[in-house]
Design a binder for this molecule. Sequence first.
Ligand code: SF4
Ligand code: SF4
Length: 634
Amino acid sequence: MIGQAITKRFLSRSIQRTVSLQHTKCLSTITMKFDKINERNSNNGLIKRTFQKTYYRRLASTISVEAAIPVSKAEMFCRQCEQTKDGVACTTLGICGKTPETAAIQDTLLEVIKSVAIWAVAARKAGATAEDMMPANEWTLRAAFSTLTNVNFSETRIAEYIRQGMVVKRDLVTLVKNKNGALPESSDTASLDLPDSLNPLQLEEFGRTVGILENSKCMGHDDANSLNEIGTYGAKGLSAYACHAMEMGYMDESNIMAPLHEIWAKLASHEPDVDGLLANALRVGQVNAATMALLDRGHCDRFGAPTPTQVRMTAVGNKANILVSGHDMVDLYSLLEQTQDTGVNVYTHGEMLPAHMYPKLKAFKHLVGNYGTAWQAQKFEFATFPGPIVVTTNCIVEPRKKYRGRIYTTNEVGVDGVQHIVGRDFSKVIQQAQQETLGFPRTVEPARFHTVGFNHRVVLPLANQMIEAVQQGHLSRIFLIGGCDGSEWDRSYYTDLAEATPEDSLILTLGCAKNRLIHSPKLAEAKLANGMPRLMDMGQCNDSYSAVVVAIELAKALGCTVNDLPLSLAISHLEQKAAAVFLTLLHLGVRNIRLGPRLPAYVTPNILKYLQENYNLMPTGDVQTDLKLMMAGK
Ligand code: SF4
Ligand code: SF4
């Protein structure tokens, strides 16, 4: 049955978009094979695998942009993050550990997100209220977040999102019809209906018909496809940020959710509308700016205005411990409440380090410090942590056996076989901490500290001092060095660059890439001539808004544009939140960004040329050469 639906889908696409006869034949042959496979045994893994290989090889061989990809063993196609295989695409197994099966079912989920978005747009046009839209809003944010790199590897959980999404979509259809609203333009995505009876395997099979290669083929235009991918990954990151805001009770129907659904709906189209897709990608940046502002407000309202805070980076001994990683401050707050007076100490890990800057979080005395570094070190750091671990959002790495029995996920994070906590009930985690672990054997003295909390509310009052220092020649330049971290050796560029910056320069950092800088003895205690610290940690990637506000306000104070400031940006990117922040910088007209360690695989030469000509986007290069150019304002 699903095979027939797919054949119909391909054929109608072929007619609607005048896809070549060769393509139609190719698709018909493939879908006939697909039907046969389903008839014979849809649960036969061997046949499925053989089919997948044939399918991807045939598709890729007809697509110019992917023609160079070694697809002889291709079983999946994902290039949404920087660590993608060989800088081209993951085609057999994700570098992140994502399997072809998970990749395929996530592609199905993405198609459902677009279908829901099309109907959400129609529902708003028909007069749906913010309350009417709440289920679609909430589902869209959670579903999209679950498809980000290093978030959800569980096919069962993704299948559940798909089932919920179809319910949301059917409700929207009913709502539009009840309100006599205009129906959306007919398309395969708009009419998508995946019955609840489909099992994960069948949902995967469907996903293989709507992935990047297939979309690229339907679009028939490499640059338009590239822009569609840029918009898609940016929209995923934006959805994730909006999801964080939602967790704190903040949602903006008119300025975030309505445009976000329009963005997703636009991404559903296969029209090779280069201008429209470029505008759509920049709109992601615009809406993401509003989202990050909302997130910043949410954090501040909920947990107090950040203040510079010294965080203990070494162990406190002889106590049961829990480690919290990810980005979700509400989870951490809830865990701190539940562990109060239980004798359990709580440590932050990775992107949770900035939690210590919020008054209402640091008020908990048993939030004793931070343990470990960035996400890619989990396999070692989690294995050696004496206590259970809670991963609240990205980025999770497939857990090792050694700590699999004491790691928990919350929210959108999912790994099959790992315990998932719903409703913020951490009793099991607390019990495990109390019963099974003795904690660190001793308190490490002398303790080492790192200062967090250079939020825009803290940095902006220093603006006059900074301007004065620039004018008097005591501050030569401000560097923004941050973003995502990762395991590639060439990410050492960011450490080398920071350490090579002149002693009279200021470094702002954020995101988990900060771990490349904050442990540097050369930078840790360094101060400017006026006593200001040389290295200011602004927070998580979720706090990128702080850097944007500081840049805009400094430019205002100096009566110039952001691009005229003595400011250089070296951004380390990995996943889709970074893609959203990057689009926000473009939306704000920020030029001269150095992006690394590699440029995204989904950007075609023409789109890269456009970004270079209009924004002077540059890849990171040799540290000394880059630094010389940066000091010259280039
Ligand atoms: S998310 Fe990144 S590493 Fe994982 S499969 Fe996709 S491109 Fe590869
Ligand atoms: S900054 Fe990016 S790579 Fe680092 S933990 Fe956050 S989402 Fe993951």
